[in-house]
Design a binder for this molecule. Structure first.
Ligand code: HEM
Length: 435
């Protein structure tokens, strides 16, 4: 699909530039004439929406950094200063704060779209893997960013999460603690930790931007997948990217920014935690430490087993397994549209992920229902949030490690359309066109 260039410089300047730095040719071939399947639906607009989110985070973040002080004694007050005294500081901060949530909302839709249409399958494995790298970088960036306001949740979330590395002490005594102190730069989360988190939080979005560049490059070699999952067979299956998809992306972006603006202007703190408006106090642990909503499923997996190292390995495993998806799925058909069994499992998997998110937000010792009353010396048998977390964690891994390989081998897919054009127009319309 990357094919020969269709660019023709129109004047003396563009001819001159083209023979020195063919940047206009590049822009033309990738964003204007690029042949794009004609059946991309609105789930395909999230790539553009994500690019927008990244730009918003970088621009608002740079402005916030102009006023932010990364010393533990000043950080909380400097954020309040941005909110009260800096011109439009409240707006910049609320856009950045809610922008992180909107970014994760968009990336989850983008990833589930990829899973549904089998966009990770050959020849798009590298594209998918680069996506998972971006996702990891996004998680690291968001985690460090949340520490910066130096509120109670910032401090305690950073303490709890970094503490998990101490679990490696049970493998090599002292090794976990060494990693922990190296990460924190101190024996506890403190000034040194805050300063390095700020430095890395500023750096990583640029690393994300670089990997996004590779991601889009890897997209443009095979070209887009599409909802049918079948390859483009000729020009009848495609339309130029501009104006068809520039217009569609712009429309979707307009709707997305309405939702974004609703959060910023009507309920800017609803996705956050009220305790983060209390300055960090190392001597007072909040009763219920929770991460931001987008980390809750992984937090549930971390707490799914009662021993620390197991939880840490499961949590990293839950992300690492995404790298293997292109090889775990054994089906010859890409799109879930034509895979009746996989389609059901996909929806169950989505519910499992939402369930894990709910579990991650609950106190770990919450009892959901009692199975048997207490009798004699034996206490009542109960089913709690922890039990549900374990079941959902098993289902999460079962989707990737059991369902994906087995269903691919056993399921009988539905008949595929002969071409993208046929799936868009329907058989009748194509026959009429031919006549
Ligand atoms: C900053 C984050 C990201 C940006 C800016 C981004 C950007 C894009 C863009 C512009 C496209 C083409 C349009 C579209 O299909 O929506 C795309 C496609 C794709 N992305 Fe991403 N992406 C990001 C994160 C991810 C992540 C985390 C994954 C998966 C783990 C991923 C996997 C894919 C796949 C598989 C495709 C091809 C879809 C298809 O052709 O069916 N991306 N991305």
């Amino acid at each position: 699909m990357s094919g020969p260039s269709t660019y023709e410089p129109k004047n003396a300047f563009t001819r001159w530039l083209d023979s020195r730095l063919p940047i206009l040719r590049f822009a033309n071939d990738t964003m204007t004439t690029f042949p794009t399947p004609k059946n991309l639906n609105y789930w395909y607009t999230f790539g553009a929406i994500l690019t927008f989110c990244l730009a918003v985070q970088i621009v608002t973040g740079i402005v916030l950094a102009m006023h932010y002080a990364s010393a533990a004694s000043e950080a909380f007050a400097s954020v309040e200063y941005v909110m009260r005294d800096v011109n439009s500081g409240w707006l910049i901060r609320y856009v950045h704060m809610n922008g992180a949530s909107m970014f994760f909302l968009a990336v989850y839709i983008h990833m589930f779209r990829g899973l549904y249409y089998g966009s990770y399958k050959a020849p798009r494995e590298v594209l998918w893997i680069l996506g998972v790298v971006i996702y990891l970088l996004m998680m690291a960036t968001a985690f460090m960013g949340y520490t910066l306001p130096w509120g109670q949740m910032s401090f305690w979330a950073a303490t709890v999460i970094t503490n998990f590395f101490a679990a490696f002490d049970s493998v090599i005594p002292g090794f976990g603690t060494a990693i922990l102190e190296w990460l924190r730069g101190d024996f506890a989360v403190d000034d040194a930790t805050l300063r390095r988190f700020f430095s890395l939080h500023y750096l990583l979005p640029f690393a994300i931007a670089a990997v996004v560049g590779l991601h889009i490059w890897a997209l443009h070699v095979p070209g887009n997948n599409n909802p049918t999952g079948i390859e483009v067979k000729g020009p009848q299956d495609t339309v130029p990217f501009h104006p068809y998809y520039t217009a569609k992306d712009a429309f979707a972006l307009g709707l997305f920014t309405i939702l974004f603006a609703w959060f910023v202007f009507f309920d800017p703190n609803v996705l956050g935690h009220p305790d983060n408006y209390i300055e960090a106090n190392p001597l007072q642990t909040p009763p219920h430490i929770v991460p931001e909503w987008y980390f809750l499923p992984f937090y549930a997996i971390l707490r799914a087993v009662p021993y620390k190292l197991g939880g840490v390995l499961l949590m990293f495993g839950a992300i690492f397994v995404l790298f293997l998806v292109p090889w775990l799925d054994t089906s010859g058909v890409r799109s879930a549209r034509y895979r009746p069994v996989f389609k059901q499992l996909f929806w169950i998997f989505l519910i499992v992920c939402i369930g894990l998110g709910w579990v991650g937000g609950q106190p770990a010792d919450r009892v959901l229902f009692t199975i048997a009353e207490a009798a004699g010396d034996s206490p009542a048998r109960v089913f709690g949030v922890a039990d549900l977390g374990l079941i959902l964690t098993i289902l999460y891994f079962a989707f990737f490690l059991v369902a994906m390989p087995l269903v691919g081998m056993m399921e009988t897919p539905r008949p595929l359309p002969a071409s993208i054009a046929q799936s868009v127009l329907g058989k009748g319309a194509q026959t009429k066109a031919a006549a």
